[in-house]
Design a binder for this molecule. Structure first.
Ligand code: DC
Length: 229
């Protein structure tokens, strides 16, 4: 049987983690898991139940309701990746809005939420052969991953990427709003008490502010091949 490894990709928001993770998973025929989508789906649920809004966040109500949140991924052949389902509904589009982005870091800071999602993520990766991206994959979810990458890029470059993505989707957004959201999420994600966004000691850092996707992919594939040898 060919050897399979675990690849953990962490880093700041909009650093292109999911793009590279999807490419790697495709090339290696591995499972790809976007853990940010899971935190976003829980956030969407909290918004739907009115546990969170601009005015308030009723953490206790969300925690008491966590057992009623069922998350799953279903592979979409046409898109080439797995889409996020929340209690049986496809929420792939709904979880990418600026509203969800503006609340997700607060929800992701709740320990009970993290505990539930980390457990589910560890089960998905139990047999290796997985590429997982997020904020705490190399530090908390898979501290023994054979390959850990930490992606960074300037806030301006990252906001520009996210802005273009949202415009392409037809969303009516302002660049300054996106830049503010990216910076604010980085601040909350890096300073929360539970599993803050930090680079694992054995992670390899990639600053892709000025690196093309192809170069990045080639470099990472050579690291993967080292681990597989
Ligand atoms: O990767 P993303 O931007 O879609 O993630 C959305 C938010 O979810 C991010 O701001 C922080 C949180 N998150 C987290 O706390 N831990 C993870 N493993 C993944 C995401």
């Amino acid at each position: 049987m060919t050897k399979k490894i675990t690849i953990a990709i962490d880093g700041f928001s909009s650093t292109g983690k999911s793009t590279i993770a999807k490419q790697l998973a495709k090339k290696l025929a591995y499972i790809y898991v976007d853990t940010g989508a899971m935190y976003r789906a829980v956030t969407l649920y909290a918004m739907q139940q009115q546990y969170i809004s601009k005015e308030q966040f009723n953490k206790e109500a969300l925690i008491a309701d966590l057992n009623n949140i069922e998350l799953s991924f279903t592979f979409n052949e046409d898109l080439g990746f797995a889409e996020m389902y929340l209690n049986g509904s496809n929420v792939e589009k709904d979880i990418r809005t600026i509203e969800v982005s503006s609340f997700v870091s607060q929800v992701a800071a709740v320990s009970a939420v993290r505990k539930k999602l980390v457990r589910e993520q560890q089960l998905m990766g139990a047999n290796k052969g997985i590429v997982m991206d997020g904020r705490d994959i190399g530090t908390v979810v898979f501290p023994d991953a054979e390959l850990k990458l930490f992606m960074t890029a300037s806030a301006d470059k990252r906001a520009t990427r996210r802005y273009k993505e949202l415009l392409d989707r037809g969303d009516n957004v302002k660049f300054d709003e996106i830049l503010h959201n990216v910076q604010e999420r980085d601040r909350i994600d890096s300073t929360r008490d539970d599993s803050p966004l930090v680079q694992a000691a054995d992670a390899i850092e990639f600053d892709n502010s000025d690196m093309g996707l192809e170069e990045q992919f080639e470099r990472i594939m050579s690291l993967v091949n080292d681990r597989l040898a």
